[in-house]
Design a protein around this ligand. Structure first.
Ligand code: TYM
Length: 330
């Protein structure tokens, strides 16, 4: 038996937060040795909100540089750009025809986004999760490492795979989500009840992967906590709980170890140390990022080579699908 397959992706829609890093990229790294991994830059998804074309191009290369700087290895994983592989859009069309409007309308992210972008309520926002399902199903994916917020989309991908398999005949593998408990949902530093997101109006709510040390220190210092004054992991202290999760992921220390170490000290010292582990974790990534951004030829080599493999694998699935729905062979 060959290796199992992993697929995941991130939108190239501007700077990434440590939420993206912890919920996704960091987990991807460790999967590279054991699985056949596909890590995608989902530019087709990104245009569901208005983009400035030259910024989208820049953001795409920046995201590729972040992937590489974080430790994704093009010798081990297929690191590619979604729009380079026509099968993604083609399978989306077929899956659209077995997707129910009702189910798509119930997607939490769609509901949130449609409230935010009333003047741009385009059909792409609505069928966005169908494109995501196509991404995953094309590669006969076993596992999809994502943050908690993508769980509902994953369920849709599973439903569509099963529906297609039942209606025609077994074609798609039904994928499983891989959501790590710690770090599945990193919260805003300013409002620990809502997800850390780069679309937050308050920039103190998020830490970007490319934030400089002083900015990180300032943002952690300003993070909202509580008046209890004891570093303890529980749902009464959501701000502290979030900082503990961040500390734990970056340092590798368990929550219990962190409680033991900081239970007796005040929040001041704890916050200082949280900022330091984040700075220590991000600095080497930032240095490598600068290196890759200066080597555009290398980036091009990476995505072009990956596109060949992604194209080959995805076309195998697409050909099967086209045959089963009754299209004449090209
Ligand atoms: P996107 O670009 O919004 O986010 C990329 C990844 O980061 C995770 N994430 C978080 N994890 C923990 N805490 C947070 N605060 C946080 N914010 C973001 C997300 O869960 C995600 O894993 N639709 C997807 C991209 C996509 C995709 C796919 C993913 C397209 N096709 C196929 C997996 C498989 C999205 O918009 O993610």
């Amino acid at each position: 038996m060959g290796k199992k397959t992993v697929f995941s992706g991130i939108q190239p829609s501007g700077s990434l937060t440590i939420g993206n890093y912890i919920g996704a990229i960091k987990n991807w790294i460790s999967l590279q040795n054991e699985y056949d991994c596909y890590y995608c830059i989902v530019d087709l998804h990104a245009i569901t909100v208005p983009q400035v074309p030259k910024d989208l191009r820049k953001n795409t290369l920046e995201l590729l540089s972040i992937y590489l700087a974080s430790g994704l290895d093009p010798e081990k994983s297929t690191i590619f750009i979604q729009s380079h592989i026509p099968a993604h859009a083609e399978l989306t069309w077929v899956l659209n025809t077995i997707s129910y409007m009702g189910q798509l309308g119930r997607m939490t992210q769609y509901k949130e986004k449609s409230q935010r972008s009333e003047e741009n309520l385009n059909a792409g926002l609505f069928t966005y999760p169908v494109l995501m399902a196509a991404d995953i199903l094309l590669y006969q994916t076993d596992l999809v490492p994502v943050g908690e917020d993508q769980k509902q989309h994953l369920e849709l991908a599973r439903d569509l795979a099963e529906r297609f398999n039942n209606r025609y005949s077994p074609t798609f593998k039904v994928p499983e989500p891989l959501i790590k408990k710690e770090g599945a949902k990193i919260m805003s530093l300013q409002n620990p009840k809502s997800k850390m997101s780069k679309s937050d109006e308050n920039e103190n709510g998020y830490i970007l992967i490319l934030d400089k040390p002083d900015v990180i220190r300032k943002k952690v210092k300003r993070a909202v906590t509580d008046s209890i004054g004891k570093v303890k992991y529980n749902d009464e202290q959501l701000g502290i709980k979030n900082l503990m999760n961040i500390y734990s992921v970056f340092s590798g220390d368990s929550i219990q170890e962190i409680e033991n170490r900081y239970g007796g000290t005040g929040y001041g010292k704890f916050k200082e140390d949280v900022a330091e582990v984040v700075v220590e974790g991000l600095t080497p990534i930032q240095e490598k990022y600068d290196y890759y951004m200066k080597n555009k030829d290398y980036l091009e080599k990476v995505y072009k080579q990956a596109a060949e493999k992604a194209n080959y694998i995805s076309m195998k699935t697409l050909r099967k699908v086209y045959r089963k729905v009754g299209f004449i062979q090209r």
